[in-house]
Unconditional design. Structure first.
Length: 104
């Protein structure tokens, strides 16, 4: 039997761009990565707000940023900025959140 070798998906951005090629475990790892990014962004927002500074993004009191929302925002961001596909997923997530229409 001949098997087509899957391209190397070494970075989180590679994995994000080729999610359809990931197995269940790899998708879970990508979700954990995006959850970590969302926790970091929520943490930065909390620190900014508690220090009297402008938050990085607007959020409602009953909803914090989560991995699913970051996925959607990054997908939209990369459609507008395909040149960013060679950058880190974390950087793109931050830029996507900051540029989204319902954020600061």
């Amino acid at each position: 039997m001949f098997f087509k070798k899957r391209q190397s998906l070494e970075t989180p951005m590679d994995q994000f761009l080729h999610r359809d090629q990931l197995n269940q475990d790899e998708r879970a790892i990508l979700d954990i990565y995006l959850t970590g990014v969302s926790h970091a962004l929520n943490g930065v927002n909390t620190v900014c707000t508690s220090n009297g500074e402008k938050p990085v993004f607007n959020q409602t009191p009953d909803q914090s940023l989560n991995a699913a929302e970051i996925k959607k925002l990054v997908e939209q961001f990369l459609k507008q900025r395909p040149d960013m596909q060679s950058q880190s997923l974390g950087l793109c997530a931050v830029m996507a959140v900051m540029q989204s229409s319902n954020r600061v």
